[in-house]
Design a protein around this ligand. Structure first.
Ligand code: PLP
Length: 406
């Protein structure tokens, strides 16, 4: 394992050397999407330059090669994520589609009065599909709250389980607070009670590998674009037996066994849930991103990310009127804050004039905004490729905000 050097990894991401309005880009919007290393970009260019063909159905050489590359990507990801034989990886569009696929698949198993345990820190992607399903099936949704520091109140969460609880869905890492939930403990607690789990891993995998066999519970989902891979591709990890018994989510080509005028029979996973031509190049880029991440010294990268976030937090808190949300121990490098003197949109707009990209708004977590009693926050989210110069530029730009509004 090579020693971790942020300047070396930075050189792998060409976009980080862009200028915005004559100023070097400072990209602190990694929670929204991450930048792509050259090897991921090259893997997709290589595919389109040399191997492009449709998969599975072709007898010709290129089609076989493209099929091998696509299925090879799945096998590589299964090994990297330690997927047990009981589970399968299904390529989808992203975390949102994966969660919708799960709520659709579980619908026939749920009846009126069944309960789903959620938390108030969920992204809308892991909230709205359950709300829609609850309305359709007459389910009861129960929500666990947080502690003062932004940690999940685990005792409250456990106390929500009753004999009617069928599913618990929770995020691995909060996209607003950076809180890292104890998913191994939570999935084990649910399993002991015969409750299915869905873990939203969208914000966890960008910060290092996850052993899905040990921590993933029943379902685990993530998006490619947040893990240094292309957009339009993501993964659903789920139990083969349950998914093979579930109705297909979409129907059409590639997912069928036999089609006749009288009726159609469907294939098993993964093809059962990959109707039509999938995002072949996206899957190849996703596997390449995991290959790239396997070369990162994660303990050192975490220490680096944490140092950036800790420095940003302590300096921000020196500005009168700044409130930082989320101080849970072991949180990932996401710093959400509110400045009393200015709306987050004004903060973001002024930072943009200095080349600093952050995200402002409700971060697709309106229930959490209500819980925190704030309309919106500004969010600086870090990756291992950010450096201390990025933090200094961000803090200098915040001084400009302070001069303007303070
Ligand atoms: C925690 C979390 N879950 C789910 C999503 C949805 O991901 P996507 O839009 O890629 O489907 C996001 C995106 O911000 C997220 O942060």
């Amino acid at each position: 394992m090579p020693a971790f050097d942020p300047e070396t990894v930075r050189a792998d991401f060409p976009i980080l050397f862009r200028e915005i309005a004559g100023k070097p880009l400072v990209y602190l919007d990694n929670g929204a999407t991450t930048q792509k290393p050259q090897c991921v970009i090259d893997s997709m260019t290589r595919f389109f330059s040399n191997e492009n063909a449709n998969i599975h159905r072709g007898v010709h050489y290129l089609s076989r090669e493209a099929t091998d590359a696509y299925e090879g990507a799945r096998e590589y990801l299964k090994a990297e994520l330690r997927v047990p034989a009981t589970h399968e990886l299904i390529f989808v569009r992203g975390a949102t589609e994966a969660i919708n696929l799960v709520t659709h698949s579980l619908a026939p198993l749920l009846t009126e009065g069944d309960e789903v345990v959620l938390t108030v820190m969920e992204h809308h992607a892991n909230f709205v599909p359950w709300q829609v399903l609850a309305k359709e099936r007459g389910l009861i949704l129960r929500f666990a709250g947080l502690r003062e520091n932004g940690e999940l109140n685990l005792e409250e969460w456990k106390a929500l389980f009753t004999e009617r609880t069928r599913v618990a869905a929770f995020t691995h890492v909060s996209n607003v607070l950076g809180t890292r939930n104890p998913v191994t403990e939570m999935t084990a607690f649910a399993r002991e009670r015969g409750v299915l789990t869905l873990v939203d891993g969208a914000q966890a995998l960008p910060h290092g590998p996850v052993d899905l066999g040990a921590a993933g519970g029943d379902f685990y989902v993530f998006s490619g674009h947040k893990v240094y891979a292309p957009d339009g591709v993501g993964v659903l990890y789920g139990p083969k037996d349950l998914l093979n018994a579930a109705p297909p989510y979409q129907t059409g080509g590639d997912m069928i066994e036999q089609v006749s005028i009288e009726g159609t029979t469907f294939r098993q996973v993964p093809e059962r849930f990959e109707a039509g031509t999938p995002n072949i190049s996206g899957a190849i880029g996703l596997a390449e991103a995991f290959r790239y991440m396997s070369g990162i010294d994660w303990p050192a990268a975490h220490a680096h990310e944490d140092a950036l976030a800790a420095h940003a937090t302590s300096e921000l808190e020196k500005i009168p009127g700044i409130r930082v949300f989320g101080k849970a121990p072991g949180k990932v490098a996401i710093v959400s804050f509110l400045y009393a003197a200015a709306h987050p949109h004004d903060v973001g707009t002024i930072l943009d004039t200095e080349g600093v990209a952050i995200r402002v708004g409700h971060h697709c977590a309106q229930p959490l905004m209500h819980y925190l009693k704030v309309p919106a926050t500004a969010r600086a989210s870090f990756s291992f490729y950010n450096n201390h110069a990025d933090v200094e530029t961000f803090l200098r730009a915040m001084k400009k905000v302070e001069r303007f509004f303070g």
